[in-house]
Design a protein around this ligand. Structure first.
Ligand code: ADP
Length: 547
């Protein structure tokens, strides 16, 4: 029975007096922090291999987090998280379903008045504490991330830093939310615009960025005064649960952040049918995103969707080829190609094609595939065997239609026995790619760099825009006029000009066309969690001079 555990004793105190609240939270959270600091034994259900890497064992949570309690599945069901580098289990977790999700929604709803009733400064203070605790735990979080999603430790550390930035930004930015006082149309009225939190928010996140896809939703939602039900990917829930543990220690009130994971369709349908959940923030596949958008219509929920991409990368005839070659390797092969803004289709001007191709192949031949925990690994495994099959199929399709392999091309030849069950594919460069190949139409989501040719700017733009996606695009040029023109003509939500590291806490992240709706991060990202309310106030002293 979940419900009794969900009531938050502090809620009444919050409702009754703001001055008492922060002290109550501090006392409450510090007792919890002490309990978790005392070096508990490894959490049952977590592999010894993972727990031996983690200093603060209290971060190794497996249960759902509902109303401030760690809960098992009511029906006793479980599922496993596998290490993509070995294929071996990392953890066994409860498989939560419909009823637990309803409890999480109820819990988020019950604390909403208290949380949204705080000042932005008070909410920001809790977020800042969360940021501090997560900063202190950065190494542990990075290790959990590498164990469950396979990315090299250096990349995990980078993602933790970026996730921390989202929390930090939100903690400060919420103090700058403001409404408007409008110039009145009648002297017996005053007209105001208020900005208020949208209410209970559901965040549904993918496995490829187990922390930053969460923090860019959860942190601004909480900062705006919303409460949250988070459903992380079942392939990488452990990072999410560690973040929830840290939020709990930071003094976030019980129920303000809930985490449910397990049976994705059952959890998803409970969220989508709920009249209480007023907004969905989703990052994931286009297929699931479209389904959620259709389901949202029934209760007219707001939706933010960050879906697939098929990013073009244009190397113009005047590009700095060394810079562009480094850029395409960094972009296309980041997280082994499993990033929605990875360069997918590389279009190279005829005049520079061969030199550029040689440069890219040379860099790629020097990369090292392996276990994300090995210090010399530059590229980790794919998330699972299905992802590996897709990459292999895209590569084989391209080769069968005439593409030439300049580097890589298959499973790595020499991997240690320990990694025999891992989903590894070599970073691969393909020359002679054409538009009839799957790599042109479909997002590979793997370490392929297909090189296409073009002969003028119009052709490059036409090829780049020939997709239903519109997330990110990149181009390299030294020509200022060309840079402006291309930036305006490319139909994408984000453009990198001589740059691939485009993501930042201050900048709006999102796509157009079938890559999604709405933006995350930056000022616009916070506004996604605010509702607009117009207030017209009659002063009642001049009733005869207008309608
Ligand atoms: P990917 O193929 O990258 O895993 P998905 O769209 O399948 O992308 O997954 C993204 C998120 O959506 C994950 O948290 C996943 O569990 C969730 N998800 C998948 N199916 C559903 C569903 N039917 N309802 C709600 N969420 C879902």
């Amino acid at each position: 029975m979940l419900v009794p555990a969900l009531s938050w004793a502090g809620a009444a105190a919050v409702a009754s007096g703001r001055s008492v609240l922060p002290h109550a939270w501090r006392a409450f959270s510090s007792s919890r922090a002490m309990a978790s600091d005392q070096g508990k034994p490894a959490v049952p259900g977590v592999s010894e291999e993972l727990s031996s890497r983690i200093k603060d064992k209290g971060l190794l949570r497996v249960d759902g987090f509902i109303g401030g309690d760690w809960v098992k599945a009511a029906d006793g069901g479980t599922y496993q998280v596998l290490n993509p580098a070995t294929g071996k289990p990392v953890a066994t977790l409860p498989r939560l379903r419909h009823d637990e999700t309803l409890a999480a929604i109820a819990s988020a709803h019950s604390v909403l008045p208290a949380w949204s009733g705080l000042t932005a400064k008070q909410r920001g203070a809790v977020l800042r504490k969360w940021h501090q605790l997560a900063t202190d735990a950065a190494e542990d979080i990075a290790a959990i991330m590498t164990a469950e999603c396979g990315k090299p430790l250096a990349e995990s550390r980078g993602e933790v830093a970026s996730g921390l930035d989202s929390i930090d930004w939100s903690a400060s930015e919420c103090r700058r939310v403001s409404g408007q006082v409008l110039e009145t149309t009648s002297r017996d009225r005053r007209m105001l615009v208020l900005r208020q939190p949208v209410g209970v928010v559901a965040a549904i996140t993918p496995w490829n960025f187990p922390m930053s896809m969460i923090t860019r939703k959860v942190a601004p939602a909480l900062a705006a005064g919303c409460t949250v039900v988070l459903k992380p990917s079942e392939q990488t829930p452990l990072t999410a649960l560690a973040l929830a543990e840290l939020a709990d220690r930071a003094g976030l009130p019980e129920g303000a952040l809930n985490v449910v994971h397990g049976d994705a369709p059952a959890i998803g349908s409970a969220i989508m049918a709920s009249e209480t959940v007023r907004k969905i923030g989703f990052t994931g596949s286009t297929a699931v995103g479209k389904m959620l958008m259709a389901q949202a219509a029934n209760t007219v929920k707001r939706v933010s969707l960050e879906l697939g991409g098929n990013a073009p990368f244009l190397v113009m005839e005047d590009a700095d080829l060394a810079l562009a070659a480094r850029g395409v390797v960094a972009s296309a092969l980041r997280n082994s190609g499993q990033t929605c803004i990875c360069a997918n289709r590389v279009f190279v001007h005829d005049k520079v094609h061969d030199e550029f191709a040689a440069r890219v192949a040379e860099i790629v031949k020097g990369l090292k595939v392996g276990d994300g925990f090995a210090p010399d690994t530059t590229h980790g495994p794919l998330i699972n065997p299905a992802a590996l099959d897709k990459v292999a199929a895209h590569c084989a399709d391209a080769v069968s239609k005439g593409a030439r392999v300049l580097a890589g091309g298959g499973k790595p030849a020499s991997l240690p026995e320990r990694l025999a069950g891992g989903s590894f594919f070599e970073p691969t460069v393909l020359a002679g790619a054409t538009i009839d190949m799957r790599v042109f139409r479909e997002e590979t989501f793997g370490p392929l760099v297909p090189l296409f040719r073009f002969s003028d700017d119009d052709e490059a733009v036409a090829l780049a825009n020939d997709t239903e996606y519109g997330l990110a695009a990149y181009f390299y040029t030294r020509d200022l006029k060309r840079a402006w023109t291309l930036a305006e003509r490319l139909e994408y939500g984000m453009i990198g000009v001589n740059e691939v590291a485009i993501t930042a806490d201050v900048a709006p992240f999102g796509g157009i066309k079938q890559s999604g709706l709405g933006r995350e991060q930056g000022t616009i990202g916070l506004e996604e969690f605010l509702e607009t309310k117009y207030v017209c106030m009659g002063l009642g002293y001049a009733s005869d001079d207008d309608d």
